[in-house]
Ligand binder design. Structure first.
Ligand SMILES: [Zn+2]
Length: 138
């Protein structure tokens, strides 16, 4: 017996349409976080429905479904995120198209690059002036 009750396409669609009771919706959201396979199915369903003129992606974007925190994204950029989180973030940003998270991620990347650049500049500066500056504090 699987730990997680199976989720049908209908369940997923109902979830995306916000037609499920809270407990079931929370359960599906939890499983979505944990299961790349389920994320893929949801992404396919979303695309199919969006092509039909529905705007399920919009609904998800509006709800900001399971937006990760900046801390989690920062862990991801630093390569220390928990296993499976990278796949979830990809799904969240690319398939759901969560604009706030994409912006957050860009922002964090820029901060990270700036910090790296600054450290490099500082190191160069200290390396080049180390000889001249080596003077015991008085
Ligand atoms: Zn988001």
């Amino acid at each position: 017996m699987a730990a997680n009750p199976a989720i049908s396409d209908l369940d997923l669609l109902a979830f995306l349409d916000e037609l499920l009771p809270g407990v079931r919706a929370a359960e599906i959201e939890r499983q979505l976080r944990d299961s790349p396979a389920l994320q893929q199915r949801a992404a396919i369903l979303l695309r199919r429905r969006d092509q039909g003129g529905h705007t399920l992606g919009e609904i998800w974007r509006r709800r900001r479904l399971s937006c990760p925190s900046r801390g989690q994204m920062s862990d991801y950029l630093n390569g220390v995120a928990e296993p499976g989180f990278a796949a979830y973030l990809e799904f969240h940003v690319h398939d759901i198209g969560c604009a706030p998270c994409a912006a957050n991620l860009d922002d964090l990347r820029r901060v990270q690059t700036d910090t790296t650049d600054r450290r490099t500049r500082e190191k160069k500066f200290f390396d080049s002036s180390a000889g001249r500056l080596r003077k015991p504090p008085t």
